[in-house]
Design a binder for this molecule. Structure first.
Ligand code: SF4
Ligand code: FE
Length: 481
C-alpha cells in the first residue's frame, strides 16, 4: 500500500487539484480548510488503523487479485469472514471518530461493480471485469480513497430518466467517441467526495431499454477536467470557521461525512475506465447490491457512534450527580440494548452472506434492509434517551467565549458546576459532544443515508416470501394448499 498512514493520505490530497466550492468560494486545500479538514482527519483514521499493529488484521486484507496486503476498504469480499471483518472495522472506526469516516461508499461500490461486471461479461460477451480489475489493482496498490457516486438529482420523481424535461437530472452519456465517452449530470449527497482521490460513477436506479445512455459505470480521478464539487453546509459549521474548539463538540472530527454535489460537465472518460455502457438489464442488480452492502454497514458505524454517545451521557450523569439514579441506569441500559441489537443485524446479514457468481460475497439482502430500517428507529431512540438524560442544558449552554470570558467566565463556572471534583469545562465539553451526536445533520444521515426508510420497506416486503409464509400457515391450519 503506497499510502501507509494518515499523514501520507493527507499529504496525497494536497497533490490533487479538485475544483471544490463551499459558501460560494473555492476551497484550495481541503486538508486545511476548517469546513473540510475534520472530515479529512476522520477518513485518515481508516489509513491510520491499517498501520497499527493492534488493528492491522482488521483494517487490511490480502488482495485476491495480487496477494498483496491492501486496505480492507479496497478489498473484494472473498468469504463470510471478510464481510464480518468489515462490520467489526466499521464499529471500531465509529468509536474512534464519533462520525462517518466516509470510505465505505467506495468499498461498497467496488464490491457491487465487481460482481455485476462479471455477470455482464457472461451475458453480453463484454470485457468489463478485466478492465475493472486493472483499475482496482491501481486503487489497491496506491491505497486510494474512492467515492462511490450513485445518487442522481432525479428531477421530477414521477418521470423516468429518459422522460425528464432536463435529461441531465441523471448522469448520462452525451457523446460516444472511439476512445471513450463524454458524460454529463450530477450526483448529490456524496459522502467524502471532496477528500477522495477517485470517483466511481454508478447508475442510481434500475433502467429500462429506453435509458441506455444512463446505464454508465465508470471511474475517474477527482480532479478530472469538467468535474466540480460543491460542499454542503452542516449544522454548526460556522463554529468551525471561528475555531471554537469546545463548541464544535468533536473538534478533531466532523459531524457527519461531509457531503458534496459532484457535477459532471461534459467529462471525458476513456474506454479503459468504463465498466458498464448501456447494459440496462444489469442496472437493478448493481443498485441493489450496492444498497445492500451499504445498509449492512449502518448497524456497525452507527453503533460505534452510539457507543460514544452512551459513554458521553454516562459521564455527564456522573458529572451531574445523577449516575446512581435507577431511571438513569435503566435508560442507559436501553441505549446499550438498542445499540447491540442494531449491531446484531449487521453481523447477521454478514454471517448469512453468499457468494455471487463472480466469487465476491454479498450480504443477506433481507437482513441488510432490516438492519438499516432499524437504524432509522433505534438511533433516534438512543438519541432521544441521551437528550432525556442530559437535560435541557444541551440547548442553553453558554459558548466557549463566555466560559473563557474575563467578565462572565466566573459566572459560567459557578453556575454550570456539577459535582465539585469534575471541572465545569468537562461538563460543557461533554454537553457539546452530545449536542453534536444528536443534532440535526447527524440524525438526518441515519434516516436517509444508504436509502430512505421507504426504500428498505419496499425491499423487505418484496423479499418477505409471503407466498411461502401463507403456505406454512395454511398447512398448520389444515387448509388445502
Ligand atoms: Fe461508512 Fe457509515 Fe459513513 Fe456510510 S455512513 S460511509 S457506512 S461510516
Ligand atoms: Fe452514509
Amino acid at each position: 500500500m503506497k499510502l501507509a498512514n494518515g499523514a501520507e493520505y493527507i499529504e496525497s490530497l494536497r497533490r490533487l487539484s479538485p475544483k471544490i466550492y463551499y459558501k460560494g468560494k473555492r476551497i484550495k486545500d481541503v486538508t486545511r480548510h476548517p469546513a473540510t479538514a475534520p472530515h479529512v482527519r476522520s477518513a485518515a483514521m481508516t489509513y491510520a488503523l491499517a498501520n497499527k499493529e493492534k488493528y492491522k488484521d482488521l483494517a487490511t486484507a490480502a488482495s485476491h487479485l495480487t496477494g498483496r496486503t491492501i486496505s480492507r476498504f479496497t478489498h473484494v469480499h472473498q468469504n463470510i469472514g471478510d464481510l464480518i471483518g468489515k462490520i467489526k472495522l466499521l464499529r471500531l472506526l465509529g468509536q474512534k471518530t464519533g462520525t462517518c469516516f466516509q470510505r465505505c461508499v467506495g468499498l461498497d461500490g467496488i464490491n457491487a461493480v465487481y460482481s455485476v461486471a462479471y455477470e455482464i461479461d457472461q451475458k453480453h460477451g463484454t470485457g468489463y471485469l478485466e478492465r475493472f480489475k486493472a483499475w482496482l489493482i491501481h486503487i489497491q496498490d496506491e491505497n486510494r480513497m474512492v467515492v462511490g457516486a450513485m445518487t442522481d438529482p432525479k428531477g421530477d420523481r414521477s418521470k423516468s430518466p429518459a422522460d425528464q424535461p432536463d435529461p441531465d437530472q441523471y448522469v448520462h452519456v452525451v457523446e460516444r467517441r472511439k476512445d471513450g465517452v463524454v458524460i454529463r449530470g450530477a450526483k448529490l449527497h456524496m459522502t467524502g467526495a471532496v477528500n477522495s482521490h477517485d470517483i466511481l460513477v454508478m447508475p442510481t436506479t434500475a433502467l429500462d431499454e429506453r435509458s441506455k445512455n444512463y446505464a454508465i459505470v465508470c471511474a475517474m480521478p477527482i480532479d478530472t477536467p469538467g468535474v466540480t464539487l460543491i460542499f454542503g453546509r452542516q449544522a454548526g459549521d460556522d463554529r468551525r470557521d471561528h475555531r471554537e474548539r469546545i463548541d464544535v463538540g468533536k473538534p478533531r472530527f466532523g459531524v457527519v461525512g461531509g457531503e458534496a454535489v459532484i457535477a459532471f460537465e461534459d467529462v471525458f472518460v476513456p474506454n479503459e475506465r468504463i465498466f458498464m455502457n448501456g447494459e440496462t438489464d444489469h442496472t437493478g442488480t448493481l443498485v441493489y447490491r450496492f444498497a445492500a452492502h451499504h445498509r449492512a454497514n449502518y448497524g456497525a458505524c452507527k453503533t460505534g457512534l452510539m457507543d460514544v454517545l452512551t459513554g458521553a451521557v454516562s459521564y455527564l450523569a456522573q458529572i451531574q450527580g445523577t449516575a446512581q439514579g435507577s431511571h438513569i441506569k435503566d435508560k442507559v441500559t436501553e441505549m446499550i440494548h438498542l445499540s447491540e441489537t442494531l449491531y446484531s443485524s449487521s453481523i447477521a446479514c454478514s454471517a448469512e452472506g453468499n457468494p455471487t457468481p463472480s466469487g465476491a460475497y454479498l450480504v443477506d439482502t433481507m437482513l441488510a434492509n432490516v438492519c438499516k430500517q432499524n437504524v432509522t428507529r433505534f438511533h433516534f431512540e438512543v438519541a432521544r434517551l441521551a437528550t432525556d438524560i442530559a437535560g435541557g442544558f444541551l440547548a442553553t449552554m453558554p459558548s466557549e467565549y463566555d466560559l473563557k470570558s474575563e467578565d462572565v467566565g466566573h459566572l459560567v463556572k459557578k453556575y454550570f458546576v456539577g459535582v465539585s471534583t469534575i471541572p465545569v469545562e468537562d461538563r460543557i465539553k461533554i454537553g457539546r459532544l452530545i449536542e453534536a451526536l444528536t443534532g440535526g445533520t447527524a440524525m438526518v444521515e441515519s434516516m436517509h443515508g444508504a436509502g430512505s426508510p421507504q426504500a428498505q420497506r419496499i425491499m423487505i416486503f418484496r423479499e418477505g416470501k409471503l407466498g411461502e409464509k401463507i403456505r406454512l400457515a395454511k398447512k398448520l391450519a389444515g387448509i388445502p394448499q
